[in-house]
Design a protein around this ligand. Structure first.
Ligand code: URA
Length: 256
């Protein structure tokens, strides 16, 4: 605040906002329109010592995240993240589904099994990477939802965005992979399609971001072309992380 006053006194009329600040402001504006008290930003995280401490704090905050509760469209159970707090690779999906809510862990259903296969092909395990979601609650579909799932809408995404942004700040991975368009929309603030975002590096909080198709897309589309597209995104990620890549790995899902 002092910094802002000083800037104002010295005649500045513009302030640069990072993605998290924009997410928080969006949440505040939406909350104000609905007459809901705004969620205080997750600032104490910066003064904490270890990454584990920061994540434990964020997990606790997420469990009582008022901006999400206030919407009334997200279910109660909070599903935080899994994996290694010191991971160099962070993978970010959209929201927990039926299985994830039940087990309170991201990517443990069919899409999770596909993700495990992708990681296995990269020579990695779930325990070596950090896996999270842009939305920490399963989006509700009413009383008769059963096992059905849906993607979070813009409001739900904005409400949860400060949490994933704070996780990124805590982990400081060498790179991030957005799994699907909803994740990319949250982290990159763009509504562009995965097809348009793939094949290049983007940035979130100064950290390189690769966008690829959601693993559930590969469950619906088993073509070699779709598999190769995801695999090329993973090869680029492996190169960025300087992971060893064998000639066999380079050739996965290429036409014979
Ligand atoms: N899909 C996601 O995006 N995240 C999960 O945790 C599970 C399925």
């Amino acid at each position: 605040m002092q910094g802002l006053s000083h800037m104002q006194e010295s005649g500045s009329i513009r302030v640069a906002l990072d993605e998290e600040a924009r997410g928080i402001l969006r949440g505040w504006m939406q909350a104000k329109q609905k007459g809901v008290p705004p969620e205080p930003p997750a600032t104490p995280v910066q003064s904490m010592q270890s990454t584990e401490e920061k994540l434990a704090y964020l997990r606790e905050r997420a469990a009582h995240w008022k901006a999400a509760r206030a919407l009334g469209t997200l279910r109660e159970t909070m599903v935080f993240a899994t994996g290694n707090p010191h991971a160099r690779l962070m993978l970010v999906g959209e929201a927990p589904g039926y299985e994830e809510e039940l087990r309170q862990e991201p990517f443990v259903g069919k899409a999770g099994q596909k993700l495990n296969q992708i990681l296995g092909a990269m020579g990695l395990t779930r325990e070596e990477v950090y896996i999270s979601n842009v939305c920490k609650f399963r989006p509700s579909m009413g009383a008769n939802q059963g096992t059905a799932n849906r993607a979070p809408n813009e409001e739900e995404l904005s409400a949860c965005l400060p949490l994933i942004m704070a996780e990124i700040r805590a982990i400081q991975p060498a790179c991030i992979v957005c799994l699907g368009g909803t994740s990319a929309k949250g982290l990159l603030g763009t509504a562009a399609t995965v097809s348009n975002l793939r094949g290049q590096w983007h940035e979130c909080q100064g950290i390189p971001v690769r966008v690829t198709y959601h693993p559930s897309y590969l469950l619906r589309n088993e073509s070699m072309r779709a598999k190769r597209a995801v695999w090329e995104d993973m090869l680029a990620t492996m190169e960025h992380l300087q992971l060893p890549i064998t000639p066999k790995q380079r050739g996965y899902f290429l036409p014979a």
